[in-house]
Design a protein around this ligand. Structure first.
Ligand code: PEP
Ligand code: MN
Length: 355
């Protein structure tokens, strides 16, 4: 994907931070236009609204469909904002192109589906249009699948590509609706520095209260923009009402964000980074030692015909370490994910020995 071009609409490169806002769903013409008018007054330049809504279960509001595209055209005409929506199949793309949308995005359920991605890529190729497309991360934390979705579009002639980080699904109740797992978008940034990354704090947080801090975190990590759901009357929204904010609140949040340039790091930062480098080396050494002992245990288990996974032992290790970690001010979720990654690798090594 070496020929990816900067995100631009009508030949004008989008200035950073790229801010996209608008309702989760287009509901009525009045709601679409009222929200847009308020956003335009606050200086937002790119409008979003879902026209076809992928819902977890049937029976809910599934979007207004094609009539909503005409409302978006009205938004562009009346406010001058650029307009964008989510597409998930051939007919969505055809309709969005017919209504001359400025930008498309691919939702998280669609980027997880190679058949749907190929269908979208094919119809874009047939259209001969090089419209800017933003690809949300797939619902599952699979970087290769995310990159694969981008490659399908790129191979179809789409050169103005960006990504949206909207977090990853997990089972059960958590602070976040979709876990951010920041290292996945950061890894993508390292591999494809030319692809802009936009953060979607609305779908990561799932709650209004988390939007400001998630947005700041994203900017601090060098993200190129934000896509935030807003609605003229959020409490009455037909989808995702807990995470939508008014254009007024959006503007307060945006005004309070700190946009940091990347100046040469001060000496104190250099010193702190040296300490981190040193500690990382120590961590690596300790991990390597632990894995060697795990191999020895693997040999013992093989020689004594014992199964590799001993659930009681694993439970003990988890609970004692998590307790100790908590007393040292280390978060429980964080410790749990580190321990389970270490355990997974130990099991892999021990299974190898048994082969
Ligand atoms: C959306 O942007 O409204 C949406 C459906 O998002 P996601 O694909 O991230 O769930
Ligand atoms: Mn939504």
């Amino acid at each position: 994907m070496e020929n990816i071009q900067p995100l631009a609409i009508d030949g004008v490169e989008l200035s950073k931070p790229i801010i996209i806002s608008g309702p989760c769903s287009a509901e009525t013409e009045e709601q679409v236009l009222e929200t847009a008018t308020q956003l335009a007054r606050k200086g937002v330049k790119i409008y979003r609204a879902g026209i076809w809504k992928p819902r977890t279960k049937p029976g809910g509001f599934e979007g207004v469909g094609v009539p909503g595209l005409a409302w978006l055209n009205k938004v562009r005409k009346e406010t001058g904002m650029k307009i964008s929506t989510e597409v998930a199949n051939r007919s969505h793309v055809e309709a969005a192109l017919e209504y001359d949308l400025d930008l498309l995005w691919i939702g998280a359920r669609t980027s997880a589906n190679p058949f749907a991605m190929q269908e979208i890529a094919d119809v874009l190729r047939e259209s001969g249009r090089d419209i800017p497309v933003l690809v949300k991360n797939p619902v599952n934390p699979d970087l290769e699948l995310w990159i694969g979705a981008l490659e399908r579009l790129y191979n179809a002639g789409i050169t103005r590509l960006g990504v949206i980080h909207r977090g990853f699904s997990t089972y059960g109740e958590h602070i976040y609706r979709n876990h951010p797992q920041w290292r996945i978008p950061l890894e993508l940034r390292i591999r494809y520095p030319q692809i802009p990354i936009i953060c979607d704090p609305s779908h990561i947080g799932g709650k209004r209260e988390l939007i400001a801090s998630l947005s700041q975190q994203a900017l601090d990590m060098g993200f190129d923009g934000l896509i935030i759901e807003s609605h003229c009357n959020p409490d009455c929204a037909w989808s995702d009402k807990n995470q939508q904010i008014t254009p007024e609140v959006l503007s307060v949040i945006l005004d309070n964000l700190v946009y940091r340039d990347a100046p040469a790091p001060a000496e104190s930062l250099v010193q702190l980074r040296r300490q981190i480098d040193q500690l990382d080396n120590e961590l690596l050494e300790v991990l390597a030692k632990r894995m060697n002992i795990s191999r020895e245990i693997g040999t013992y288990k093989r020689d004594h015909n014992m199964p590799v996974v001993q659930p009681n032992r694993y439970g003990d290790v988890m609970s004692t370490r998590i307790l100790a970690a908590k007393s040292m001010g280390i978060g429980e979720e964080f410790m749990r994910s580190i321990l389970s990654a270490i355990h997974e690798e130990s099991v892999r090594l021990q299974v190898e020995i048994n082969k």
